[in-house]
Design a protein around this ligand. Structure first.
Ligand SMILES: NC(=O)c1ccc[n+]([C@@H]2O[C@H](COP(=O)([O-])OP(=O)(O)OC[C@H]3O[C@@H](n4cnc5c(N)ncnc54)[C@H](OP(=O)(O)O)[C@@H]3O)[C@@H](O)[C@H]2O)c1
Length: 213
């Protein structure tokens, strides 16, 4: 399938290589596309990536959601890999007050897009790349969204690259695997992931960086 990726950094670049190797057609964006050099992956602007993809992965800093190419994303499945990192994004009062999830906040900048939160809860360094080993057997990753059909398509893209997608519910529930929740960026199988999602308490964060292996 055609997949656009907004952002060619750690997570966008790694997902581009993996999905390319799984047989998909990729267009990855930068505000300076001439700087992208990923073999057999097209480079373009964010608008071009949004137009290109049947699904479009958002792999930019959360605050950059305000600059998403909204018109081009209308009707598209947007895979939201973004996390709220106040040191990078600045403070967002609505998120600090838990009035919405980071995905609900970001989705507002692309009305008419079909939003699925996914790939935010794995470190880019844990994605296979070059000399890094392939995904080990049964690592599960959480996804969330309000459209069942879109979640099925996104779950299939997980399987393509060796992951077991676990449906963690609606966008409203997606805080359960936001940054520093118990399910965040820790290798888990399906049953362990389900337990950690259930154990999450809003506002109760893991110690900083304890999720690193
Ligand atoms: N790194 C990880 O392990 C990891 C894991 C899971 C999720 N995430 C999340 O994924 C997102 C990307 O993280 P990353 O580590 O890949 O970041 P990164 O390496 O810094 O890459 C960010 C990308 O976003 C682009 N960008 C920045 N501002 C933009 C804007 N206003 N409009 C369009 N593009 C913009 C940059 O492109 P240009 O400057 O070339 O335009 C760059 O390609 C973040 O939300 C992060 O929290 C990261």
């Amino acid at each position: 399938m055609k997949i656009g990726i907004l952002g060619a950094g750690n997570i966008g670049g790694s997902l581009a290589r993996l999905l390319r190797d799984a047989g998909h057609e990729l267009l990855v964006s930068s505000r300076r596309p001439e700087r992208i050099d990923i073999e057999s992956v097209q480079a373009g602007t964010p608008k071009e990536a949004a137009l290109f993809g049947d699904i479009v992965i958002a792999a930019v800093p959360l605050i950059a959601a305000r600059d998403l190419p909204a018109a081009e994303l209308q009707g598209k499945i947007v895979v939201d890999a973004m996390n709220y990192i106040p040191d990078r994004d600045g403070r967002i009062a609505e998120l600090d007050a838990f009035e919405s999830t980071t995905s609900q906040w970001a989705a507002r900048y692309a009305p008419g897009a079909i939003w699925v939160k996914a790939f935010n809860a794995i470190l880019a360094d844990d994605l296979p790349r070059g000399d890094r080993p392939p995904v080990k057997g049964n690592r599960a990753l959480p996804i969330a969204g309000d459209d069942a059909g879109a979640k099925t398509i996104v779950a299939e893209r997980h399987a393509d690259i060796g992951f077991d997608a676990l449906d963690a519910g609606s966008l409203d529930e997606s805080w359960r695997f936001e940054r520093a929740m118990p399910a965040y960026c820790i290798p888990l199988n399906r049953a362990e992931l389900a337990d950690r999602l259930a154990a999450a308490k809003r506002g109760q964060e893991l110690p900083h960086n304890s999720w690193h292996r």
